[in-house]
Design a protein around this ligand. Structure first.
Ligand code: GLN
Length: 482
């Protein structure tokens, strides 16, 4: 049951091969069997079974959505009413959200079954899921290695088949990098496509929700149900959401694919280069035309991102003061002691590092030198992408420099950790949509390829990803679990 696609499951549910309750019990059983992966922070068995019962009724009445009765899970950054929503931080370990994020509402309306909340890096800050208050997620392909981050629980849950498909968020690569490390598909849509209402903020001008699943088609189905204008999010954009599945089969003949010369240099790992060349050959066979593009400002993406993301996080996280939300220290002596000890005791090391960097970059004396400069660089990077996407339909690139690294390997060196996102971060600065899909294995570990598209052109990305998945089988392979 667990390796079927959404469409196959929807058919089986309608043909009464099994009920949503049976399907849900099957997934709950698998989750209980694979707690060693640490993919879930909270499992909502009772809620899931109640929703499955309702879904079975809805299916019987004939008024069902494709996602009705399908067991999914949310990254623990999305607020879920009456269910603990932690952002993997001690700060929110006791936080029961009083309302649902718009994404949760929309998927509930489609009739999904919520299995629980998925582990992540604390407040989505990280590239390995090792900053989680609940411990790191293990990569199902090799439990000595990281699942990636920050949506590590999301990617691991899909790879280990502990949910059919899941939500994630991506501020600098957090959907695409873990998807690549775990051998699953993931899409970060255009900034403004998916509502951020009820999605706990890290860096508001970069954060964007998206979907992860075992195929581009499943990503399309889930994303379609999540996307759309929301008046509760002032950065949500009122652009119609096309039916992402309608164009999946469109032939690729004549498609123009751009290869950024700044990414395909001698520095690229040789095995990675070989894997990506093979993927490019597949695209040529499908009729695509490949051409080099140049984006000289890409090299400034990481420093610009870490100034902007840290600045925004220092402001966003000031709301955790020990008064209104979450953790409060014991016996505070006075108000200052309450603030400093609550924050000092409840935030992890990486979150504190970002708050310090961000506060510094925003301080009166340094604002122009750091924050303003970084915003200017951001504009140059967007302009580079716009120019490149004027000449080609999609840009093709690596997702990560290497396959998943070992747990603990990069913990001592934050800058080395930041470089794990070298191929993904610029896209968030530009606000463009991008997708990661499995493209092969290096040393037994999955690696991905990245497709970057024009604003609001998710349909094209999904089409280009789906076409590749029709002629390759990387995405159908699963780790060896029981
Ligand atoms: N690794 C990057 C960071 O730590 C990106 C994380 C994300 O996309 N949420 O900020």
């Amino acid at each position: 049951m667990q390796n079927k696609t959404i469409t196959q499951l929807a058919q089986s549910l309608r043909a009464k091969e099994f009920s949503s309750v049976e399907l849900t019990q099957h997934f709950l059983h698998r989750i209980a069997q694979h707690t060693e992966l640490n993919a879930y922070v909270t499992v909502t068995s009772e809620l899931a079974l109640a929703q499955a019962q309702l879904a079975d009724k809805r299916l019987a009445s004939g008024d069902a959505h494709l996602l009705t009765g399908i067991p999914i899970a949310h990254k623990d950054i999305f607020c879920t009413q009456d269910v603990k929503t932690t952002c993997a931080s001690k700060m929110l370990d006791n936080f029961i959200a009083p309302y649902n994020a718009t994404v949760v509402e929309k998927l509930d309306a489609a009739g999904v079954v919520n299995l629980g909340k998925l582990n992540m890096d604390e407040f989505a800050m990280g590239s390995s899921n090792e900053t989680s208050f609940y411990g790191s997620v293990k990569n199902p392909w090799n439990t000595q290695t990281v699942a990636g981050g920050s949506s590590g629980g999301s990617a691991a849950a899909v790879a280990a088949q502990l949910a059919v498909c899941v939500t994630g968020t991506d501020t600098g690569g957090s959907i695409r990098q873990p998807a690549a490390f775990c051998g699953v598909s993931g899409i970060k849509p255009t900034y403004g496509r998916v509502s951020r209402y009820g999605m706990i903020a890290y860096a508001s001008s970069l954060d964007q929700g998206g979907s992860l699943a075992r195929s581009a088609q499943d990503c399309a189905i889930l994303l379609h149900a999540m996307a759309g204008f929301d008046e509760k999010d002032s950065t949500s954009v009122d652009v119609p959401v096309p039916n992402y599945c309608a164009d999946l089969e469109k032939p690729l003949a004549g498609l123009k694919i751009g290869l950024p010369k700044e990414f395909f240099t001698a520095d690229l790992n040789a095995d990675m280069a070989k894997t990506l060349e093979a993927a490019i050959d597949e695209y040529k066979k499908l009729g695509a035309v490949v051409k080099e593009v140049s984006m000289p400002t890409l090299k400034y993406a990481i420093p610009a991102y870490y100034v902007i993301a840290s600045a925004e996080c220092s402001s966003n996280l000031s709301r955790y003061d020990g008064v209104r939300f979450g953790y409060r220290c014991d016996n505070p002596a006075d108000l200052t002691d309450l603030y400093t000890r609550s924050r000092g005791e409840a935030f992890g090391k990486e979150v504190k590092r970002r708050i310090l960097m961000g506060t510094y970059a925003l301080s009166a004396g340094y604002y122009d030198a750091y924050y303003l400069k970084a915003q200017q660089v951001r504009r140059l990077i967007s302009d580079d992408f716009k120019r490149a996407l004027h000449d080609v339909d999609v840009i093709f690139s690596p997702v990560t420099p290497t396959p998943a690294f070992h747990i603990g390997e990069k913990l001592a060196n934050p800058v080395e950790m930041y470089l794990a996102d070298i191929y993904t971060i610029a896209i968030n600065l530009a606000g463009l949509p991008a997708m990661s899909i499995p493209a092969g294995f290096i040393g037994g570990m999955p690696v991905g390829l990245q497709l970057i598209g024009n604003y609001f052109d998710e349909a094209r990305l999904l089409n280009v990803a789906h076409a590749y998945q029709q002629v390759t089988n990387w995405h159908t392979q699963s780790p060896n679990l029981d």
